[in-house]
Structures are given as structure tokens and as C-alpha cells.
Design a protein around this ligand. Structure first.
Ligand SMILES: [Zn+2]
Length: 204
């Protein structure tokens, strides 16, 4: 019996099949890295030190978002991984909080993930990094833990909700333009109806 194939990016047991000319391109389905297609040279050991987790983040997030990355090659892997490698700590923390806010939808519902398999969702390099951010969010009382399940607190939800209405009225659209008769037509036929169509009350 042939040994259980391993994911080329994270070395967990995975479903791996080859397509095209023998072993040229691998099609991988990994519980951690998601589903992706890569040239056989794209392997953890062949990538520069520390980069494989960011490629895992790219493939896993693309899988969950149903986005097709195409085939990962020696020419494009860095471009695919870079946005994940460049993600700041603050941005990762925000991603985690937004993730739970989306999954829980309303305060009080919990959602649990498997950190050992799911840390690439937040551009983390390993489970330990994810746990650090989690602890921070719980300490700051933005997330609450209940067994394995987590949910944002009210403060957590407020943190991710878009900051609206810094003064002003919610449904008004203020249009600043020249007071000139020549522009009346543009206002009456163009801007005014267009703003109204978008559901706002236009004010010139
Ligand atoms: Zn993997």
C-alpha cells in the first residue's frame, strides 16, 4: 500500500492527485490549506523560509471564498502569498473579530472552529499565533469564550460595525455645487434624480 499522501504546503495527510503529464501538477485537498492546484515544485521545503504558511493562508481563504487561484507555479506563488505575508497584527485581530461577528450574526450565539486547522483563515503562521490574538480579544472583552465556542460581546459587535453618522443625517445627501443657472439642468435632470434613486434626499 502506498503511504498516505501529504499536503505539499503543510505536511498534513491530504488528498493528492496528479493531473497533466506525470506528476506535473498536483491537485490537493487539505483540511488546513483547502483545495488548490500547484506545480509539484511548490512544496514547503522548496519555498523560502517561513513562506509556506502564507501560501496556505491564500489557498485556504480562496477555498472558503470559492475563489479560483488557478495553478500555483514557481512564477506566481510569491504574488499569491504576499498580501497574506504583509498583513499586520492589527489587521489579523480585526479579521478574527469580524469572522466571529459574521458567523454568530447576533450576540449570544457561539461559533467554534478547529484552531489547528483553521489558523490560515486569519493569515496566522500557526495555531500559537492565532491563540495569542484570541487571548487578546478575550482579555479586551471583545470576544467571549464558552467552552470551545466563541462569540463577540456587544462591544465586539460595536467594534466591527461600520462607524456611521459622525454628525449629519442618515438619509441626506448634501451636494456642493456652483450656484449658477447653467447648472440647473445638471441638477434637475442628472444629480437630483440619481441621488433620489439611491434612496437619499438630495440637498443642493
Ligand atoms: Zn495543507
Amino acid at each position: 500500500m502506498s503511504p498516505q499522501p501529504l499536503c505539499p504546503l503543510c505536511s498534513l495527510p491530504a488528498e493528492v492527485s496528479s493531473i497533466g503529464s506525470p506528476d506535473e501538477t498536483l491537485r490537493v485537498s487539505c483540511i488546513r490549506c483547502g483545495k488548490f492546484q500547484a506545480k509539484w515544485r511548490i512544496k514547503r521545503d522548496n519555498l523560502p523560509d517561513g513562506w509556506a504558511p502564507y501560501l496556505s493562508a491564500a489557498t485556504r481563504q480562496a477555498t472558503d471564498e470559492k475563489k479560483d487561484l488557478g495553478t500555483i507555479t514557481c512564477d506566481n506563488w510569491r504574488q499569491i502569498a504576499t498580501p497574506h505575508q504583509e498583513r499586520t497584527v492589527s489587521a489579523k485581530i480585526a479579521m478574527i473579530l469580524e469572522f466571529y461577528a459574521k458567523k454568530c450574526a447576533v450576540p449570544g450565539r457561539g461559533f467554534s472552529i478547529a484552531p489547528a486547522h483553521d489558523y490560515p483563515l486569519f493569515d496566522c503562521v500557526d495555531e500559537a499565533e492565532y491563540n495569542q490574538y484570541l487571548r487578546y480579544l478575550v482579555d479586551r472583552k471583545l470576544l467571549e469564550q464558552n467552552g470551545n465556542a466563541l462569540h463577540p460581546t456587544i462591544e465586539g459587535f460595536q467594534e466591527v460595525e461600520p462607524r456611521v453618522r459622525a454628525g449629519g443625517e442618515p438619509d441626506r445627501c448634501f451636494v456642493a455645487m456652483w450656484f449658477d443657472d447653467d447648472l440647473d439642468q445638471a441638477w434637475e435632470r442628472g444629480i437630483e434624480p440619481a441621488v433620489r434613486d439611491c434612496g437619499f434626499k438630495p440637498y443642493r
